[in-house]
Design a protein around this ligand. Sequence first.
Ligand code: MUC
Ligand code: MG
Length: 385
Amino acid sequence: MAALKNADTFIVDIPTIRPHVLAMATMHAQSMVIVRLTDADGVEGIGEGTTIGGLSYGEESPESIKSAIDTYIVPILESCDIAQVGATMAKIAKYVRGNHFAKCAVETALLDMQGKRLGVAVSELIGGGRVRDSLPVAWTLASGDTARDIAEGEEMLSLRRHRIFKLKIGKREMRADVAHVGAICKALGDRASVRVDVNQNWSEAQAKLGMAMLHDVGCDLVEQPVAGDDIAGMARLSVGQAVPLMADEALHGPRTALRIASAGAAGVFALKIAQSGGLFATAEVAAIGSAAGIGLYGGTMLEGSVGTIASAHVFATLPELAWGTELFGPLLQIEEILRDPLAYGDFSLAIPTGPGLGISLDEDKVAYFRRDRTAPLLHAVTAGA
Ligand code: MUC
Ligand code: MG
């Protein structure tokens, strides 16, 4: 029996290394909700709930994730044996509808604790267990400027950090976007795989033409060209297009995965732990995709290190991961809040092997970046000074 002793939920805001331009928002910082649970024996677990651009990407914001955890989920945890992770999450599902990002953060913290209790990595607690120790990692070129994106792609190739690039399009006129993608495909040639993410910003007619044009300029994959709830449109676009369509915003867990698979509405699934509702649910989405012959890709909500490593533990259990992953979130931020930075190199991310998530927070950095910090900032300017 393990009883919850303490829950600390806080938001950290960390600037990005450059503006990150998406169809629905331009990010200058990322806001992440960190939940830290401690049981009566002193075992601690951490989890993360992160979205993009406030409420511009999805239906949960950093503030709503924190409030759902503090107000509704922690009281349920107080009534559970939290060493029974499946039973605890089932009880939360009974009393809290939706709120996938909040649930994912809590499930991650519970699994981190459970792994530490059992002395195993989180990846050993999911599906059939761990099958790989590293993951290929894509980078997103989204400076908003073609020449700068090409220079950034060249730099990533020469550093041997990334050779898969995702371009964020859908903000400009479709033909201007295709010209931008074509210029990058031409510059990087067969040294890289170039893919795009439209973040739902095209109509079906634009997508029909756009996907054909993107294929002609050398693009390998088109992510969520139309609205995520337009499963029929996604199915029509998937038929007869040479470039595969990847479902992202359309996927919200196993039921939507089954609907998309049954409709033939995607050739690839972008697996996201928060959007799916947790690590266990993501493994179910992956199983549905695999059974339907759909290719798998490890997606991100541009999480920081905690959410990134939680995702990595799930993706580590997938024997087939044909499209790699995009677990680069921490590299887009100016600082990591971990004691030991994540190990990126040779186009991959190494998955920690220690118990639980295998990572620990750097308390000084947490104190500095948390939104509710009470510690004085160095060189703080007082009002009126
Ligand atoms: C998304 O829509 O996939 C992932 C990488 C990136 O740059 O943005 C995200 C969100
Ligand atoms: Mg996407």
